[in-house]
Design a binder for this molecule. Structure first.
Ligand code: NIG
Ligand code: FE
Length: 404
């Protein structure tokens, strides 16, 4: 039998291929040993639920979804960049700020200065917002250290967050994020990333995936390719910040390397959608960064949909281009700005977000999957997507345990 049973629920299982949202009305979810042991209509439960009577939760028609997954964040940083926001309002571009030594480098300077404890506290405060919105898995990138010790510090903090709270953390090494001041040669820095930083982080067991920033103000496809080669040699999956500000061919490169995801993609050429689909590389849409940079170029969502690309949605939580901690807001923006359907937006923070992290034990409600669930004060899944700045979460289940 079950450790706990949730009855009278509207269940958006997010299983692909069936009803919209994989919806089960008048449904029940049974949980045992941290996994889902039953999901289906109430009528399939049978009469014998007596021995879990104390752990039967009647949710009274409320909505249950998979726990949400934010598959792209830069959660661990110090400092703040409101001054850049002010000058961008007056017309200075994100690239101009980077060229003048601000932008990512401003956050790198503050993050290097900060102690591990201070970074942990700041990140933990942000993490609470994610938990409050029903997030059960979060990806966290390094990339604000850009030297061995500070990169390891960020990744250690990311791992420590997982130890401390009811959340699953996937860490991504983003050493190839920007050129630090100690280097004036991008190729020499990439050598350092490949030969020293990434191996050091990997040796400590701190890396679940490897990312890079393929951009004029970041690194060229050739330089990123060297990072991908090193990742492959270490048997680590790759991801890429691609086509955020210009079309560098980064998404094609990512697809060639079987990347888990290519992220941003505002400047992706429609014809390149096919390469992502073929490789099974998830397109991670980051509407918060599009909004905050007041970008006008939109990712080619219709072409990606037509090509059969799996699309995820994430916050990109970071101090420079997307200072938000709200997955629900990102879902809404993915619809209003990028024309996703409400169902695509919810799949983007559940089923497809799991794929973008290479996880196959979460993101849908199905027997055998982790019992990571969110219970909402809502009757229809679209309610989660349609609101702006509201949070109807009632409860979060992590590995079968009801979290406070
Ligand atoms: O995903 N594009 C590169 N990296 C981050 C922004 C980092 C920053 O500006 O601090 C992003 O948008
Ligand atoms: Fe990012």
């Amino acid at each position: 039998m079950w450790d706990a049973l949730f009855i009278n629920a509207e269940i958006a299982t997010m299983r692909a291929g069936g009803a919209p949202y994989g919806l089960i009305s008048d449904g029940a979810v049974g949980v045992k040993g941290g996994a889902i042991a039953f999901v289906g209509p109430m009528r399939d439960l049978g009469a014998d639920i007596g021995d879990v009577a104390r752990n039967v939760h009647d949710v009274g028609g409320d909505l249950i979804t998979p726990g949400l997954i934010d598959c792209h964040t830069h959660l661990v940083w110090a400092g703040e960049r409101s001054g850049e926001f002010e000058v961008r309002l007056l017309g200075t571009s994100y690239e101009d700020i980077a060229a003048a030594g601000g932008g990512i480098m401003a956050t790198v300077a503050a993050t290097r200065e900060a102690s591990e404890e201070a970074l942990f506290d700041a990140a933990m405060t942000r993490l609470q917002d994610f938990l409050a919105e029903g997030v059960t898995t979060i990806e966290i990138k390094s990339g604000y250290g850009l030297d061995i010790e500070p990169e390891l510090k960020i990744l250690r903090v990311a791992r420590a967050l997982e130890d401390e709270d009811n959340i699953r953390v996937r860490t991504t090494f983003l050493g190839a994020h920007a050129l630090p001041p100690a280097f004036d040669d991008r190729d020499a820095y990439i050598d350092f990333v490949c030969n020293e930083m990434l191996p050091a982080a990997h040796d400590e067991g701190l890396v679940d995936a490897v990312d890079g920033f393929c951009e004029t103000i970041g690194f060229s496809p050739d330089q990123i390719e060297r990072v991908f080669e090193k990742a492959a040699a270490l048997d680590l999956p790759v991801k890429l910040h691609a086509e955020q500000l210009s079309d560098q061919g980064g998404a094609r490169l990512a697809a060639n390397y079987g990347a888990l995801s290519a992220d941003h993609l505002e400047y992706l050429a429609a014809k390149d959608a096919a390469a992502l689909a073929e490789a099974g590389t998830v397109a991670v849409l980051l509407p918060g960064a599009y909004y905050y940079l007041r970008e006008t170029q939109k990712p080619p969502v219709a072409a990606m949909r037509k090509a059969g690309v799996n699309m995820a949605v994430a916050t990109d939580c970071n101090p420079g281009t997307s200072p938000t901690t709200s997955v629900l807001l990102a879902m809404n923006m993915a619809c209003t700005f990028f024309d996703l359907t409400a169902e695509e937006a919810l799949a983007g923070v559940t089923r497809n977000a799991a794929k973008a992290l290479g996880l196959d034990d979460c993101g849908v409600i199905d027997v055998g999957k982790r019992a990571d669930l969110a219970i909402w004060d809502a009757r229809r899944p679209a309610e989660l997507v349609a609101s702006v700045g509201q949070n109807p979460l009632l409860a979060r289940l992590f590995g079968g345990a009801l979290c406070p």
